[in-house]
Every structure is written in structure tokens, then in C-alpha cells.
Design a binder for this molecule. Structure first.
Ligand SMILES: *[C@@H]1O[C@H](CO)[C@@H](O)[C@H](O)[C@H]1NC(C)=O
Ligand SMILES: *[C@@H]1O[C@H](CO)[C@@H](O)[C@H](O)[C@H]1NC(C)=O
Length: 433
């Protein structure tokens, strides 16, 4: 067995093990200071979003939820959540939401009714929430467990090759929408969208109607976050992790469970420190408020392979290509460098949202992506230029609805309308013949 590149490592966090309705004492406060007296502080309150997993949070917000177990052709079993549309006569278009690195579908349901998933459901869409392999919701495999190194031997190449076909065909076989999905991604969720549509342009065109990217991550050479400084050490870190057999330590949930929760939610000063460190990565000017901290730290990290982290580090070095096996590239690809994902081949139209205060996916990198896209894929680009709106605010700001989501819904509706128009014109023509 080749263990050389069977890397590992998961950071798994279990949610607090509490059954629903047991205890509704205060769990969030508006400022760091208020957390000192959270128990009997009248300014604090109870927020179920900080306590429960994705399907429960969806239900507690008053929406129906269906859970799908989706097998991939290489043995993984993924969990996808669906908020089915309310019954009505109008056609309901499926919207697929793809979370970013080390997060899960939790991201899109975290801020009550202003969450992206609910804004889309309220607008009449059929909302699907994906969780790629290795995340908390998708840890099952036919023959492997999360304690097997082989389980974690997957990069972004595997997600677009195995997870996406399985997820999209599940959506398409359960909906009736002229066979097209609206894809919405945040951060690494946009990277996967780009890779998929570049690698499988014809299949992607049949499955996806359009894509909306928030905080797009193509090449990230202009990243301001300090992560940029460690990206060049990705391969070295991979080797160390492998040598030290970190899998055993890091993948045991009993050991890692709650590290973030325990450290970052231990006391108000630690909370503040964790947020400040966190904001160094996402951008210091943020709308993220103290009451969201328990929700955030109870749900991250969502679990991911070290190989995906290393693959993402390659973006920071300016590469947009398959996983770099370095001296083994020849064995995998028959060439010395990994094949590039050529986004000039993609045919699915893209609408981009980026923010000037985003330190992870910066304005320069967003504009570079826009310029690299083929003309046919340039649907639109929108610059958010506010004093405070960082990488995370696209999913966690309570104002994201006003700033991004409401317009995003209009963009989709407008596109779908013109799309139906073209199709029906085409059909009319056909019948005339
Ligand atoms: C809150 O509880 C603490 C400790 O039980 C107590 O010392 C304090 O007086 C209480 N404050 C209020 C406003 O009830
Ligand atoms: C799992 O094991 C069974 C029985 O050995 C085998 O037939 C199947 O192909 C395996 N699946 C994968 C994905 O390796």
C-alpha cells in the first residue's frame, strides 16, 4: 500500500451533546463584556443556532428539511440537505449551496431568517445544501472509516470528479426544472465550481444554469491574510504530518472535539483574542458581532483532509491546477507538473460578488478572475465597498441580506427569465418548422 500520499488529518468537532428543548438559558450576548454575566444578564439571550446541527436549525427556523444520503462512485456517502419549496404552481428552481474550506452547510443557516438558505427558500427556490467528503455530515464510506488514512487521501480533484456528479444527479432526479441547477459558492466553494466547469465543461453546462460566487477563490496571489506566509510550507507540513502519523491523534474526535469551543468560548478575553486572530485571516473590518461567536465556534472546523488544505495553499502560490504530487507527478499525470484547470474552457455563466475589505479573497484576485473568464461566462461582477464587510460577512453578517442576498435573488430571477425566454423562443421556432 502506498502510504506516501495517503494523508490524513481531520479536525472534527462534535456539536454540544444536548437534546432539544432541555435548557434554554442564555448562550449569546451582544458584547464581550456581557459574556461575563451571561447567566443573569438581561442583555443576553438564547440562540438555538449556536446549539444544533444543520437540519435541526433548519427545522427550528420553521422550514421543512429532507436529508439525502448520496453515494459516490468511489465509495463515499455524502449527506445533502434540502429545503423543499412550498407548494405552488410556479416552477421551482433548484439552487445548490456550496460551503467553503473547513466549513459545512451550517454556514448557510447560521443567522436565523436572514441566512442565505432561508432568503432563497422565501424567494421560492428549491434549496439544496451540499457537504463534501470529510466534513462532519459526510464521513461515511462503504469500506473505510475516518480512522483509515486512505479515507483522507482526497483533494479537490476528487470532489469535482466524484462528489459533484453524485450530488448534482441526485438534485436533478428529484426536481423538474428543465434540467438545470443554480450553483452558489462561497470561498473554496467557488474554487470547486471553477474546477468542475473547467474540467467537465460539457457535462457542467448540462447540469448548471449559472453560478454565483461570493468571495471568489481562483488564484490568490494577492491575499492579505497571514495565511499567505505559511502557504509555501504546505508540502513540508504535509510531510511532517505524515511522518508523525498525526492521523491517529488528530482524527480522534474524543481528543480534538471541542478544542475551539473550549479555548475560544472559555472566557470573554479568549473569545476576543480568537476573534481578533480569526479576523486577521478574513479581514479586520467586519460586521461580525459578539453574539455570533458561539454559533461560529460551535460549528467550525467542519472537517477536511490535509490534502485539501495543501491543495488550497497551491492557489495562494498562484497555481490553479490539479493536486501537486511534486516528485510523483509523473506517476499520476505522466508529466512533471500537475495539469492546469483551464477556466477558458468553462461555459457556465458566472456572477461575482467580492468585497474590498476581504483579506482572504481580495479585490485584485477577484478582478483577475473576472478578466480570465471567457467572455461567454462573464455574467456580472459586483463590488461591495463598505467600511466593514470581510470574507466571513458574506455568510455571517446580519446585513448580508440587504447588501448581497436580495440582489442575488434578483440576479437569479432575471437570468432564469431570460433563459426561459430563449428556450421558449427556440421551442416556438421548432414547432413552426
Ligand atoms: C447575577 O448573579 C451573580 C452570581 O450569582 C450575582 O452576584 C449578581 O448579583 C447577579 N446579578 C443580577 C443583576 O442579578
Ligand atoms: C468495498 O468492498 C467491496 C467488497 O470487497 C467491493 O466490492 C467494493 O468495490 C468496495 N468499494 C470500494 C469503493 O472500494
Amino acid at each position: 500500500m502506498n502510504l506516501r500520499h495517503t494523508f490524513l488529518v481531520t479536525l472534527m468537532l462534535g456539536l454540544p451533546k444536548r437534546s432539544f428543548g432541555e435548557d434554554k438559558s442564555n448562550n449569546v450576548c451582544p458584547t464581550f463584556e456581557d459574556y461575563y454575566t451571561i447567566k443573569n444578564n438581561s442583555r443576553c439571550w438564547y440562540d438555538f443556532s449556536a446549539e444544533f446541527d444543520c437540519p435541526t436549525v433548519i427545522r427550528l427556523n420553521g422550514y421543512p428539511v429532507i436529508e439525502y444520503r448520496v453515494p459516490t462512485s468511489d465509495g463515499f456517502i455524502l449527506t445533502m440537505f434540502r429545503i423543499p419549496p412550498k407548494k405552488s404552481t410556479a416552477p421551482k428552481y433548484p439552487v445548490y449551496l456550496q460551503h467553503g474550506l473547513s466549513s459545512t452547510s451550517d454556514y448557510f443557516v447560521s443567522i436565523k431568517r436572514n441566512s442565505l438558505a432561508f432568503v432563497l427558500a422565501d424567494a421560492g427556490f428549491d434549496v439544496w445544501l451540499g457537504n463534501y467528503r470529510g466534513t462532519r455530515y459526510s464521513q461515511t464510506h462503504q469500506n473505510l472509516t475516518v480512522f483509515d488514512p486512505e479515507y483522507w487521501d482526497h483533494s479537490m480533484d476528487d470532489i469535482i470528479t466524484y462528489d459533484y456528479p453524485a450530488l448534482f444527479s441526485t438534485i436533478l432526479s428529484n426536481t423538474n426544472s428543465n434540467g438545470k441547477i443554480v450553483y452558489i459558492g462561497h470561498s473554496l466553494g467557488t474554487t470547486l465550481g471553477l474546477m468542475y466547469t473547467a474540467e467537465y465543461p460539457d457535462i457542467a453546462k448540462n447540469n448548471l444554469q449559472m453560478m454565483i460566487f461570493m468571495s471568489p477563490a481562483y488564484t490568490l496571489t494577492n491575499m492579505k491574510a497571514p495565511y499567505k506566509l505559511i502557504a509555501p510550507f504546505g508540502p513540508a507540513i504535509m510531510n511532517i504530518a505524515q511522518e508523525l502519523k498525526l492521523l491517529r491523534i488528530l482524527s480522534q474526535e474524543a481528543i480534538t472535539s471541542g478544542v475551539f469551543r473550549v479555548v475560544c468560548l472559555e472566557s470573554p478575553p479568549l473569545m476576543q483574542l480568537c476573534m481578533q486572530l480569526n479576523n486577521l485571516f478574513w479581514g479586520p473590518n467586519t460586521q461580525f458581532t459578539a453574539d455570533l461567536i458561539p454559533t461560529y465556534f460551535n460549528h467550525i472546523p467542519g472537517g477536511t483532509s490535509l490534502k485539501i488544505l495543501n491543495h488550497a495553499a497551491d492557489l495562494v502560490l498562484g497555481n490553479f491546477r490539479k493536486y501537486n504530487y511534486i516528485e510523483d507527478n509523473y506517476k499520476y499525470y505522466g508529466r512533471l507538473t500537475p495539469p492546469v484547470y483551464d477556466i477558458k474552457k468553462m461555459q457556465v455563466p458566472v456572477y461575482i460578488y467580492y468585497s474590498t475589505q476581504d483579506w482572504a479573497t481580495t479585490e485584485l484576485d477577484a478582478l483577475n478572475l473576472w478578466q480570465q473568464l471567457p467572455k461567454a461566462a462573464q455574467l456580472g461582477i459586483r463590488r461591495i465597498d463598505l467600511p466593514a464587510f470581510n470574507h466571513l460577512d458574506f455568510v455571517y453578517s446580519r446585513n448580508a441580506k440587504n447588501i448581497v442576498y436580495d440582489e442575488l435573488v434578483q440576479v437569479i430571477n432575471k437570468f432564469i427569465k431570460s433563459y426561459i425566454c430563449i428556450i421558449s423562443k427556440f421551442k416556438t421556432k421548432e414547432t413552426e418548422f
